[in-house]
Ligand binder design. Structure first.
Ligand code: AMP
Ligand code: GLY
Length: 425
């Protein structure tokens, strides 16, 4: 079948790389793509915010599956528009995408279905939010309700910081995403990401990962989209995975059915493993970036077949299969990221760097111009490797990173540190 992939990040490069391996994949198109994706998929010049244009392209090119990478188009209703004209799509419709699009929506579902999560209050009025805050313990977590590109969460360690966060959000710091504010208790434990496919009725676990959100080594400094990840997450024992399915994912599947918005797509559950067990921090309704990259190099199944089964409601009785090796991905970012950064610096020696066994270099913010690879985004490359342990995967990934010739970029040298420490005992 012909497939159209929507997105331009390292996540989409990993999805494209994996889908290309499927015997089911005939032509693979991507909009807008990037320098890496466009080497393995046909670039389509489409405005992905123009849903009608995407549907028209899909109709005209015999597309059997549209795979939507990022959350924006899902929350904006791209899947609804495609389904309305009979096109198969992997990714939830707008109402179900509220699980990511509105933190308050998800918290209310957790409350109603007894899903373990931090205690919270939800406010559309600043004075009421400040009143509630006055009675909370510190640290406390302040969140803009809507999509804020991963920046709408403030873990406040003083009361003054918490009050400022509430005022800033209501003051428009995150635009419309901050029309509502959620105030949550601060959970204590180790974080992990859990992924499961869902066809509206049945959820099938994928795998787990852990990412490093902060830009600085030792998990310090401002948050980013993610500076690296590894899979599986050592904290996610078989028991924790089972509990996550039973206590978090399955009740969510039921909740979404009950409100008439069955969830079809991938659940990306951000978890805190507290002394009580897994608790939900947040849902995303798409694969993580760079978590997807470490998942895809470990997945043994045919990805296209799984995504079609999720879209068609055929996941019942299925399981997914994973390589025993660990995967680790190091993000190389443009100097200055996540602040302002230069564009257009040249990257060299990529073929040589990715030549090692089990090493894949996924592109994020790159473009190819006159056969040169240029950095055009903040996060630019995801150097990903497999190994028998996290330490081995780390060594292989950094071995490749060091071969990349890119003076315009930087990377964290400690991706996987917590897991490596565990392995060393
Ligand atoms: P989110 O964008 O909701 O994933 O939040 C970003 C980060 O903020 C999470 O990865 C956590 O590190 C932290 N965070 C969010 N909510 C809480 C919470 N209730 N307790 C502790 N940390 C949290
Ligand atoms: N790496 C975190 C995310 O994709 O949201």
């Amino acid at each position: 079948m012909n497939i159209l992939l929507i997105g331009s990040g390292g996540r989409e490069h990993a999805l494209a790389w994996k889908m290309k391996q499927s015997p089911l994949c005939e032509r693979l198109f991507c909009a807008p793509g990037n320098g890496g994706i466009n080497q393995i998929a046909e670039h389509v010049d489409l405005d992905v915010d123009d849903h009608r244009a995407v549907a028209t392209f899909a109709k005209g090119n015999d597309i059997g599956l549209v795979v939507v990478g990022p959350e924006g188009p899902l929350v904006a209703g791209l899947a609804d528009e495609l389904i309305a004209v009979g096109i198969r799509v992997f990714g939830p419709q707008a109402k179900a995408a509220q699980l990511e699009g509105s933190k308050g929506f998800t918290k209310d579902i957790c409350a109603k279905y007894n899903i373990p999560t931090a205690a919270y209050g939800r406010f559309s009025d600043e004075a009421a939010a400040l009143d509630y805050l006055a009675a909370q313990n510190i640290p406390v977590v302040i969140k803009a309700d809507g999509l804020a590109a991963g920046k709408g969460v403030i873990v406040a360690t003083t009361r003054a910081e918490a009050e400022t966060a509430v005022k800033n959000i209501f003051g428009g710091m995150f635009g419309a995403a901050g029309a509502e504010v959620v105030i949550e208790d601060c959970l204590v434990g180790e974080e992990a990401s859990f992924f499961a496919l869902c066809d509206g009725e049945t959820a099938v676990p994928l795998a787990t990962a852990q990412d490093h959100k902060q830009v600085g080594e030792g998990d310090t400094g401002p948050n980013t989209g993610g500076m690296g990840a590894y899979s599986p997450a050592p904290v996610m024992s078989a028991e924790m995975c089972q509990r996550t399915m039973d206590e978090i994912i399955k009740p969510t599947v039921q909740a979404m059915k009950d409100i008439g918005a069955p969830f079809k797509g991938v659940f990306f559950a951000g978890l805190m493993i507290t002394d009580k067990g897994p608790e939900l921090i947040e849902y995303n309704v798409r694969f993580g970036d760079p978590e997807c990259q470490v998942l895809m190099v470990r997945m043994k199944d045919d990805l296209v077949e799984l995504l079609v089964a999720a879209a068609d409601g055929n996941l019942a009785g299925r399981q997914t299969h994973w390589r025993n090796e660990m995967a680790l991905s190091v993000v190389m970012a443009a100097n200055g990221y996540p602040g302002s950064y230069d564009k257009g610096s040249q990257i060299g020696n990529l073929n040589n760097a990715s030549a090692g066994d089990g090493v894949e270099i996924f592109h994020a913010g790159t473009k190819i111009e006159d056969s040169k690879t240029l950095a055009v985004g903040g996060r630019v490359l995801n150097v990903t490797a497999l190994g028998k342990s996290v330490s081995e995967a780390k060594e292989a990934a950094y071995g490749a990173v060091k071969k990349v010739d890119w003076p315009g970029g930087f990377y964290r040298r400690d991706i996987g540190w917590r897991a490596v420490q565990r392995e060393k005992g």
